[in-house]
Ligand binder design. Structure first.
Ligand code: ADP
Ligand code: MG
Length: 585
C-alpha cells in the first residue's frame, strides 16, 4: 500500500515522456482509493464515537424509569416492614409475659394493632420452650410447638427477626415478625406476628409497570416472595441468577433460559432477605434506539456510497483530462522535433546545392568549350567517340544541375509569383500531364471540387508542382486499374482543403516517418526522393499545411491546407505543425 502511494505521488508529479494508458489507470485507481479513504475514515470514526456515546447516554436515560420504580418500591417496602417490626417490638417491651398470656389483653392489643396497621394476620406469645402460650387470630394455633422453627431461633439470637415467606403450620404463604424479650431473671419469651403476603403483592403491584415488564420480590436464595407474571408464583424458584448484593438500586443485564437479554433493576432490602426486582426485555427497552440505529446505518451507507461514486467519477474525469493533455503535449513535441529536423535538412541540402552549383557551371562551360573546339578542328581518329563523351558530360551536368536547382528551390526565398487562381483550373492543368499514363494503366482519377470554392492567391507554377508530385506518387503507388480521388473543399475560415487519396500500396511506418526527407525513396532507380521534400518546402512557403495518413497495403491520403491569401513572410509562424505524418488506424 505504502509503495503504491509512493508510485501514485511520483505519477502525479513527474512529467512523462510517453503516454502509457496503464500509468493513468493505476493513477486513477490509487487516487480514488486515497480520496475515499481520506473522506470516509473521519466519517466512520465520528460515527463510531457518536454511536458509543449516544448509546451510553441513551442507556442511562432508558434505565431511569425502571431504576426509579424499584427505588420507590424498595423504600415503601422497607418502611412497611420496619414499621411493623417496631410495633411488634413495642408490644414486647410494653407488656409483660403475664399480660400477654391473658387472652383478653392479647385480643385487645391485636384489635388495636389491626385497626392501626394493615396486613397483620395474627399475634402470638411463645415461651422459652417454643410453645405458643397465647394466640389471637383466625387459625387454631394456641399450643403450637415452634421449637424447631428457624425464625424462633433467629429471634432469640438477634432480638428481632423478619422471616422469608413460608407456608408454616397454616399452609398459606406468610411472613413472621418475631421479637424476643428477656426478663431480668433471664427468662426469654417471644412475641410473634404474621403478615399476609398479599400486602407485599400490593406494594409491588403499585409500581405500575408496562405490559412487557415484570416486577417481584425474591429472596437471596432465588425463591419468589411474591407472585410474578412471567416467572411463577410465590415460593417458586426464580429461573434467573440472583444479582450481586447492592442496597442501592442497581441495573444489570441478565439472560433468561431462552437466551433473551433482560435489563434488571434491583435493590436489596436492609435487615431482610428480600430483593426487589423489575425486569424488562432489552429489546423492548432499546426499541427506539435500534430503529434510530438502523436509520443512521442506512444514512452512513448511503453517504459512503455517494462518496465512493463521486470520487470515482471525479478522479476519472481528472485523470482523463490529464492523460489528454499529456498526449497533446507529447504529440506537439514530436511534431516540433520533426519540423525542426526537416528544416535543418532542407537548409543543409540547399547549402550543398549552392556549393555544388558553381563547379557544375564550370564543368558545363568547359565541356561546352571543348565541344566547340572539337567542332572547329578537323577530323581525327575517335573524334566521334570524344564528342559523345563530352555530350555525356553535358547531359549529366544538366541532370545534376536540375537536382541542385530543385533543392535550391526548397529553401530559396523565392519572390513567389502571386496571382489569383482557382484550384479547379490548376488541378485540370496538372492532370493533363498525367492523363495519358493513367489511361494506359486503367487508373481512374476522379476529381470533386466543392461548389463556390473561393479563389485563392497563390503561385500557380508551384502548386502545379505540388499536385504533380503528389498525384504522381499516387499513380506510382496504385496497381493497374486502381483509383485516385482528388477532393477540394473550403476548410476552416481563410483556408481551402485538398485531399488526394489513393488505394495503392500505402506505407509502413518506417517509410512514413521519412517521407519528407530529401533523397528518401523506395523506388530505387526510378525515383530521386525529392518530390515530397520539395512539396513540403513549397507548402510551407505558401503558408499551408500538409498531412499524410497511410496504412500499409491499404492506401494513402494526403491532406493539404492552403490559405486563401498567403502570408507575407517565407514561413508561417502561426502554423507550427505545418507537416505531419500519421498511420491510418
Ligand atoms: P520518389 O517519388 O522520387 O520516390 P517522393 O519524395 O515523391 O520520392 O516520395 C518518397 C517516398 O514516399 C516514395 O519513394 C514512396 O515510397 C513514398 N510515397 C510517397 N507517396 C506515396 C503514395 N501515395 N503511396 C505510397 N507511397 C508513397
Ligand atoms: Mg515522387
Amino acid at each position: 500500500m505504502f509503495e503504491q502511494i509512493k508510485i501514485a505521488c511520483r505519477h502525479l508529479i513527474e512529467v512523462p515522456d510517453d503516454v502509457a494508458p496503464a500509468r493513468y489507470a493505476s493513477l486513477r485507481r490509487i487516487m480514488t482509493v486515497l480520496m475515499v479513504v481520506v473522506s470516509v475514515m473521519p466519517l466512520l470514526v465520528l460515527t463510531g464515537i457518536n454511536h458509543v456515546q449516544y448509546q451510553h447516554t441513551l442507556q442511562g436515560e432508558l434505565e431511569v424509569p425502571l431504576r426509579g420504580m424499584v427505588g420507590k418500591t424498595r423504600t415503601s417496602l422497607s418502611l412497611f416492614l420496619t414499621e411493623r417490626a417496631s410495633t411488634v417490638s413495642l408490644i414486647a417491651q410494653a407488656y409483660s409475659f403475664d399480660d400477654l398470656s391473658d387472652p383478653k389483653t392479647l385480643t385487645r392489643i391485636f384489635r388495636a394493632l389491626k385497626s392501626e396497621f394493615q396486613g397483620f394476620v395474627d399475634l402470638g406469645l411463645v415461651d422459652e420452650t417454643g410453645r405458643q402460650v397465647g394466640y389471637v387470630g383466625p387459625y387454631n394455633l394456641r399450643g403450637a410447638e415452634y421449637g424447631d422453627q428457624p425464625w424462633l431461633h433467629h429471634a432469640q439470637v438477634k432480638g428481632a427477626f423478619i422471616s422469608d415467606v413460608f407456608l408454616g403450620l397454616r399452609g398459606t404463604p406468610h411472613i413472621v415478625i418475631a421479637v424476643s424479650h428477656m426478663e431480668e431473671n433471664g427468662r426469654t419469651w417471644v412475641v410473634r406476628a404474621t403478615i399476609d403476603t398479599a400486602q407485599l403483592d400490593r406494594l409491588v403491584a403499585a409500581m405500575g409497570l408496562s405490559p412487557d415488564a415484570d416486577a417481584f420480590l425474591v429472596n437471596t436464595q432465588g425463591i419468589m416472595q411474591t407472585s410474578s407474571r412471567l416467572y411463577g408464583g410465590v415460593l417458586h424458584k426464580l429461573p434467573l441468577p440472583v444479582p450481586p448484593v447492592s442496597y442501592d438500586t442497581s441495573v444489570t443485564l441478565l439472560h433468561d433460559a431462552q437466551g433473551q437479554e433482560l435489563v434488571a433493576a434491583y435493590a436489596y432490602i436492609q435487615n431482610t432477605d428480600f430483593i426487589v426486582m423489575a425486569l424488562k426485555p432489552h429489546s423492548a427497552l432499546f426499541q427506539p434506539w435500534t430503529t434510530l440505529q438502523s436509520d443512521l446505518l442506512l444514512l452512513l451507507a448511503c453517504s459512503v456510497a455517494l462518496i465512493v461514486f463521486v470520487s470515482h467519477v471525479l478522479m476519472k474525469q481528472l485523470v482523463n483530462r490529464l492523460q489528454a493533455s499529456d498526449e497533446r503535449r507529447v504529440a506537439a513535441f514530436a511534431q516540433m522535433e520533426h519540423n525542426q529536423k526537416l528544416s535543418s535538412i532542407g537548409r543543409l541540402a540547399a547549402g550543398v546545392a549552392h556549393e555544388v552549383n558553381n563547379p557544375l557551371a564550370i564543368i558545363n562551360e568547359k565541356a561546352g568549350l571543348a565541344l566547340d573546339f572539337l567542332h572547329m578542328t578537323g577530323d581525327f581518329p575517335k573524334k566521334d567517340r570524344l564528342t559523345a563523351l563530352l555530350q555525356g558530360i553535358e547531359s549529366s551536368v544538366d541532370r545534376a544541375r536540375n537536382i541542385t536547382h530543385r533543392l535550391l528551390g526548397f529553401a530559396r526565398r523565392m519572390e513567389a509569383n502571386r496571382q489569383e487562381l482557382h484550384l479547379e483550373e490548376v488541378l485540370t492543368e496538372t492532370l493533363g500531364f498525367l492523363e495519358r499514363e493513367a489511361q494506359n494503366r486503367g487508373v481512374t482519377i476522379s476529381t470533386s471540387v466543392a461548389e463556390n470554392l473561393p479563389a485563392l492567391i497563390s503561385d500557380r507554377g508551384q502548386l502545379q508542382q505540388v499536385f504533380l508530385n503528389i498525384i504522381g506518387n499516387a499513380l506510382a503507388a496504385v496497381d493497374n486499374g486502381g483509383t485516385v480521388q482528388v477532393r477540394c473543399a473550403a476548410g476552416q475560415a481563410g483556408f481551402v482543403h485538398v485531399e488526394i487519396e489513393d488505394n495503392g500500396k500505402g506505407m509502413p511506418p518506417e517509410v512514413l516517418r521519412h517521407i519528407f526527407e530529401p533523397f528518401f525513396t523506395t523506388k530505387q532507380e526510378k525515383g530521386n526522393g525529392l518530390g515530397m521534400f520539395i512539396t513540403y518546402g513549397i507548402i510551407k512557403r505558401l503558408g499551408g499545411e500538409i498531412h499524410v495518413a497511410s496504412e500499409d497495403g491499404k492506401g494513402t491520403t494526403i491532406r493539404i491546407l492552403l490559405p486563401l491569401v498567403p502570408p507575407e513572410g517565407q514561413e508561417n509562424p502561426a502554423l507550427p505543425n505545418s507537416a505531419s505524418v500519421q498511420e491510418k488506424p
